[in-house]
Design a protein around this ligand. Structure first.
Ligand code: GDP
Length: 320
């Protein structure tokens, strides 16, 4: 059942993260006054009893499941047990509690690394489970695939209106800028920003710089979540019969092109050294967004604008 009231009780799981915080800002700006969220210390989503208790007490009508253990290529590869274990626990607990308490619509968020590494590009939703995954993030991907399948199963067996949005690489204000665990865009923004500040003449970029990535601004995925929650059920499942929708900007860049773009925004130019002891990861993961486009949604922010906003935010942080 779609969202049609500003008074609806909407639970945002993961409201402190890059995505969840963008969702809270966006929904608040749009006049949704009944948002529910809990800090990790108040509600550990890996704790099934706690999650059941929260749902039974607060009975959210709509849920956005943006809580997940996430991280860049190295974090995924270094903490495989955390990435698969925490994500399976979080999503299983939230999805089953949402089903049992009769949530009207749930949006489950994941990323396009669920698709096979060698799948044709752009990646269509129908390519799910048609080939082997990229090994550097298979732990996260396997958990997210299980979440997509659990949503589909709950819809098939119980008629739950649970839909999965698979986003391309996200970035934006509030991102993780830690160089060991972050994703590539905030890492490079930090490296280039620091080079400008210190006058360093070169920066180190992991891998060969040739992999292609598509980037989506966090405020835009928040916009997509609201858009999807407001879609009438018939239109939504006509566009996405399996309840799976890709979200992206529609074009990708190489890591080297990203460095150039970031240098242009930051206003500096330094040489690049490639550290090829670090992995390249999947060669490309551009998504096909025709399903969500058919519903009428398109990403509003260009990559350059998004980087500009994120850089402005980063500069305001004392620690960065
Ligand atoms: P992925 O999209 O899941 O592979 O994860 P990332 O967002 O971490 O992007 C990884 C890609 O960016 C790989 O090709 C890396 O080799 C490349 N890369 C270049 N420099 C960096 C860096 O400083 N941090 C990260 N995380 N990736 C980098």
């Amino acid at each position: 059942m779609h969202l049609d009231s500003k008074h609806a009780r909407i639970y945002v799981a993961g409201h402190r993260g890059l995505l969840g915080s963008a969702i809270v800002r966006r929904f608040t700006r749009d006049g949704y006054r009944n948002l529910l969220f809990r800090d990790r210390c108040a509600l550990d989503l890996r704790d099934q009893a706690a999650v059941n208790g929260f749902f039974a007490e607060h009975k959210p009508e709509f849920v956005i499941l943006a809580a997940a253990r996430v991280g860049g290529i190295l974090a995924n590869d270094t903490y495989p047990a955390d990435f698969i274990g925490d994500n399976l626990a979080i999503q299983t607990n939230v999805l089953s509690a949402a089903f049992r308490t009769g949530v009207k619509r749930l949006v489950f968020l994941g990323s396009t690394c669920i698709y096979p590494r060698e799948a044709p590009q752009p990646l269509k939703e129908s390519y799910l489970l048609t080939g082997p995954l990229e090994p550097t993030n298979e732990w996260y991907a396997v958990a997210k695939i299980a979440g997509v399948k659990y949503c589909q199963a709950l819809r098939r067996q119980h008629g739950c209106d649970f839909v999965s949005l698979m986003s391309t690489n996200l970035y934006g204000p509030g991102d993780n800028f830690d160089l060991k665990t972050s994703h590539v865009l905030p890492a490079l923004l930090r490296k280039v920003g620091e080079a400008k500040r210190t006058g360093a003449r070169h920066i180190t970029v992991w891998g060969t710089g040739t992999p292609r990535r598509e980037f989506l601004y966090s405020e835009d995925i928040a916009d997509a979540c609201l858009f999807v929650l407001r879609q009438p059920e018939k239109a939504l499942y006509k566009a996405a019969p399996d309840g799976l929708l890709n979200v992206g900007i529609g074009h990708d860049v190489t890591i080297n092109e990203l460095v150039e773009l970031i240098q242009g925004v930051v206003g500096t130019s330094c040489t690049v050294r490639h550290d090829t002891t670090k992995p390249d990861g999947t060669p490309r993961k551009l998504v096909d967004t025709s399903r969500i486009q058919r519903l009428g949604w398109k990403a509003p922010t260009t990559l350059r604008e998004g980087i500009r906003h994120t850089y402005a935010w980063m500069r305001q942080q004392e620690s960065l």
